[in-house]
Design a binder for this molecule. Structure first.
Ligand code: HEC
Length: 219
């Protein structure tokens, strides 16, 4: 296939890959007053069974969710231009893998360097990058979120800070790097095995809960 054409096709795909196309949260997208964001019903499904499980204290504070989502969307939005330009140089999945892994961490660090009271990161139960390993609270929250159908964010009170968790959904393009090993390109599989020998982040199917982007907001 024509290389340029391919690059054009791959760009949005890779953007999607590292940037979660699901992201736009109505609550944080515009400067909606709190009134509207109250539609984010946190308690309804998630909090009820887990509200008091010893570790995780779910809260129903639209303003916190809104604040967290602003950072989560802001963070995700910084990935796009860098990825797209990297892709233009060598639009193969393998390069994409490298780009994805190098950039995701870099972007996380540089985004966090610009904020004072909020830190963002990504994590998952079945994670690839050991640097994205969840802590005990993350695990509890994600065990609840695994059953999510609306992929809406939830917030918790974690003592000296709040955490907003935005669930990420497996989309078709994600399967290139997180799908069934037998169906993935051998080059990609090889690269995963080399770079992430303890990778757990394959075998997902489309539509499934993949992990979260977390915003930690100091109180
Ligand atoms: C080009 C390959 C590629 C594609 C496509 C891809 N990822 Fe990843 N993903 C990676 C790599 C490499 C890492 C580990 C490095 C990092 O980002 O920290 C990773 C890490 C992650 C993480 C952080 C937790 C962990 O496992 O370390 C999440 C969450 C994630 N991917 C979700 C997605 C979603 C959702 C999609 C689709 C919208 C997607 N990925 C598509 C390569 C890819």
């Amino acid at each position: 296939m024509n290389k340029k054409l391919y690059a054009l096709m791959a760009a949005p795909l890779l953007f999607a890959a590292c940037n979660t196309p699901e992201a736009p949260a109505p609550t944080a997208q515009n400067e909606t007053p709190v009134v509207e964001s109250q539609e984010v019903v946190v308690e309804e499904k998630i909090a009820a069974p887990a509200a008091d499980n010893g570790l995780v204290k779910y809260i129903d504070k639209p303003i916190i969710i809104e604040q967290g989502m602003l950072h989560i969307n802001g963070f995700m939005g910084t990935l796009k231009p860098t990825l797209v330009s990297a892709l233009k140089e060598d639009p193969t999945y393998v390069t994409a893998m490298g780009v994805c892994s190098a950039i995701a961490m870099d972007m996380t660090n540089s985004y966090n360097a610009t904020t004072t009271d909020t830190k963002v990161r990504r994590t998952a139960l079945k994670y690839r990058n050991p640097k994205n390993q969840p802590d005990a609270t993350d695990v509890k929250v994600m065990e609840q979120l695994q059953g999510t159908v609306d992929f809406k964010p939830v917030a918790i009170d974690a003592g000296d800070h709040y955490r907003v968790y935005k669930p990420l959904q497996m989309e078709k393009p994600c399967l290139i790097c997180h799908g069934d090993l037998d169906e993935m390109k051998p080059e990609v599989v090889k690269m995963i095995k080399t770079n992430y020998p303890k990778d757990m982040a394959t075998g997902f199917i489309e539509g499934e809960f993949r992990g979260v982007t977390v915003a930690e907001i100091q109180k």
